[in-house]
Design a binder for this molecule. Structure first.
Ligand code: C2E
Ligand code: CA
Ligand code: CA
Length: 668
């Protein structure tokens, strides 16, 4: 390797120092930005002063110097001005800026040589004033050039050298003391200006560096402010910013798109079972899987909790939406590894709204996708639901019902109907299930299947439960026979310590023996918070009340709860009985459940028997207890006494059918 001699090394270092900053593209861009208006200024000054000098020599110097040369200067300056005006600074990167600054340095050097030669050529013409004007012209022009080239120090120094050296030699050679004094003045001012320029130059570089760093930090902050910390997907804020952006461009282009909300199913049970750290790990992996399908046509963000948002920027027809839903479900299907080597399986429900068909604003689109999701969660878990007009009507009705519930005199408008649970063999009622009824003065009679879920949604359920429970305690106390009464608890009741404490207090105050009460709970309560629900169930057992697991067989994991909880009764969902005569599987399932209950010593009530043939079939399968329209529809309390009385005096086989029972009730 050849080691350069110190002189060459120093020269190389000097040239590198004078050259534009090759290692700092941001600084080069900033310098070009300033030069973009200072260089045109320099050209205008150069040209104007040259024209004035030419004018003062018009009479005494040849036209080549006073007319032709200034005309060429004007043309050259005009072309350079055009070049700088047309420069698109935003489109020029660091290397581009460097290249332009090098060209500028060369053109400044050429200009310096041409202008110096021209002005020295003019010097011999004219009188002493005119000669002084030449000296003044050169000095003032160099000073303006240094000022305009502060951000291109190489060019400024080169130009100063090109002008000052010949100028000094020339004026020293005239022997004229005034001119020599002017030259000394000029050299001193130029040196001072150069020093100032170098200093400003360093300050400028530092300022640009600082600005750049500040910009970088603020960009990074902005990026972080729009990212979700856990999944590194865009966050809720970014989701809505993107949605606004997509809507704005769709209004001009006429494009259509869809907004989807993806909500994880069973995430809560992972969180509850394995803890929040495991829940976080799972969310991270969900984020990674969803990120893998994100593209310019599919924007995906985490909205918070276990909810993710997507914007499908392609034509949102039904095929595309169901393909999207299938893709996301498929993506989330494989089990997730969570700490301690455990595997967790979750699914997702998706609500979708389309633009512009279902809504035109970001808020409306999101709200409707959310409604669709809510509907999906309630009735079609694990599916993709597209917001529809029918859904909107249902939601409107729900809102109406919610309003009516909020303003209702619940104490007066709610009442209980009672449906008997009958032992097939004896035909005797062993219990009544209490079923809520609501007579709204504005809406009429609203079925519990409609108003109970709404009451749960708007947190009125606990209040309603307490009112109904008081009514049931009154009914038990007034019942002519000591039959048991079933009472439905919502998941929100069993998972509320306050409500359960109040129910305990009400039982104690009423004097009703707790063993007459069977609380019916559904799997929903156990999914919400298993440990709390189990604790509340145990407390009910402690006082002697009984527990039934309702709607057995339709949930996800009813069987899993049977051995984990202290239950007394299982109520098989009526969906197994409807159409049982035409079904191959339903009788087998019912038989299996009956066997299971026999082994576990649990009572088993089959719900929904409506006809004699259904009853016969169930009886054949080994069913003992039936609740269904076959025996009786739910009845008001006032009818209970007659119903029980009709049962108490059966002339043996004659009273086997419900019609005969009813006839007896009417005639007695
Ligand atoms: P559930 O607890 O499964 O109650 C049984 C439902 O099945 C009742 O509907 C009853 O009228 C109906 N049913 C009984 N036998 C037959 C039959 O043979 N055929 C047909 N088609 N239906 C039959 P209802 O009273 O409309 O109650 C619907 C649901 O509303 C209940 O289902 C329960 O989940 C809820 N619910 C009712 N009352 C209350 C309450 O006081 N509190 C709570 N939290 N939920 C209640
Ligand atoms: Ca029930
Ligand atoms: Ca049921």
């Amino acid at each position: 390797m050849r080691i350069p001699d110190p002189g060459t090394a120093r020269l190389t270092a000097l040239i590198a120092w004078l050259a534009p900053p090759a290692d700092d593209p941001a600084l080069a861009q900033a310098q070009l930005g300033v030069l973009a208006w200072q260089i045109p200024l320099l050209f205008i000054i150069l040209n104007a002063t040259a024209l004035i000098l030419a004018a003062t020599h018009l009479r005494c110097a040849p036209p080549l110097l006073t007319i032709l040369m200034p005309a060429i200067f004007c043309l050259a300056c005009f072309m350079r001005l055009r070049y700088w005006r047309r420069l698109d600074l935003a489109a020029i990167d660091g290397p581009g800026a460097l290249a332009r600054m090098k060209t500028t340095t060369i053109s400044v050097a050429i200009l310096g040589i041409v202008f110096t030669a021209w002005s020295l050529a003019l010097y011999p013409y004219g009188d002493a004033y005119a000669r002084c004007h030449v000296a003044f012209y050169m000095a003032i022009t160099v000073i303006s050039c240094i000022l305009c080239l502060t951000h291109l120090r190489g060019a400024a120094l080169l130009l100063t050298a090109i002008v000052v050296l010949p100028y000094t030699i020339f004026f020293l050679s005239t022997g004229n003391l005034v001119l020599i004094a002017m030259d000394v003045n000029f050299v001193l001012v130029a040196a001072g200006l150069i020093l100032l320029m170098l200093r400003n130059n360093n300050d400028f570089a530092r300022r640009v560096g600082l600005q750049h760093e500040t910009q970088r930090l603020s960009d990074e902050n902005l990026r972080l402010a729009h990212l979700d910390g856990l999944t590194h997907l865009p966050n809720r804020r970014q989701f809505f910013a993107e949605l606004d952006h997509v809507i704005t461009s769709a209004t001009t282009t006429g494009a259509t798109f869809a907004v989807a909300i993806i909500d994880l199913d069973r995430f809560k049970s992972v969180n509850d079972t394995y803890g929040h750290a495991a829940g976080d790990r799972l969310l991270e992996q969900v984020g990674q899987r969803l990120a893998s399908i994100a593209s310019s046509a599919l924007f995906i963000a985490r909205l918070g909790g276990d909810e993710f948002g997507a914007i499908l920027k392609t034509e949102p027809d039904e095929a595309a939406i169901s393909a999207f839903g299938a893709r996301v479900s498929h993506l989330l299907e494989p089990a997730f590894t969570i700490p301690a080597g455990a595997l967790a399986s979750i699914g997702c429900s998706i609500g979708v709204a389309t633009y512009p068909h279902t809504a035109q604003t970001a808020a409306d689109l999101f709200e409707r996708a959310d409604y669709a999701l809510y509907d999906g969660k309630q009735h079609h878990k694990g599916q993709t639901i597209l917001f529809s007009q029918a859904l909107e009507t249902r939601i409107r009705q729900s809102c109406q019902i919610e309003q009516a519930l909020r303003h209702a005199d619940l104490e007066a408008e709610l009442w209980l109907a009672f449906q008997p649970i009958v032992e097939i063999e004896t035909g005797q009622t062993i219990a009544f299930e209490s079923l809520a009824r609501w007579n709204s003065p504005t809406l009429g009679s609203v079925p519990p299947g409609i108003f109970i879920p709404i009451a749960e949604h708007c947190q009125l359920i606990n209040h309603i439960t307490e009112i109904l429970f008081a009514k049931m305690l009154d009914a038990i106390a007034a019942c002519p026979a000591p039959v048991r009464f079933g009472f439905n608890l919502s998941p929100h009741d069993i998972c509320s310590r306050e409500t359960m404490a109040r129910l305990h207090a009400m039982i104690a105050q009423s004097g009703v023996p707790p063993w007459l009460i069977t609380f019916e709970i559904t799997e929903g309560a156990l999914l919400q918070d298993f440990d709390l629900a189990a604790e509340m169930i145990e407390a009910l057992h402690q006082i002697g009340a009984r527990i039934a697991l309702d709607d057995f067989g339709v949930g996800f994991s009813s069987l899993g709860y049977v051995h984990r909880l202290r239950l007394d009764k299982i109520k098989v969902d009526q969906s197994f009985v409807h159409g049982i005569e035409r079904s191959d599987t339903a009788p087998k399932i019912i038989r299996a459940i009956l066997d299971l209950c026999r082994h576990l010593e649990l009572d088993c009530v089959i719900e929904g028997a409506e006809t004699e043939s259904e009853l016969a079939l169930l009886r054949g399968l080994g069913a003992r207890f039936i609740q269904g329209f076959y025996y009786s529809r739910p009845m008001p309390f006032a009818a209970i006494a007659a119903f029980l009385a009709a049962e108490a005096t059966p002339p043996a086989s004659a009273l086997a059918t419900p019609r005969q029972r009813r006839q007896k009730m009417l005639t007695s």
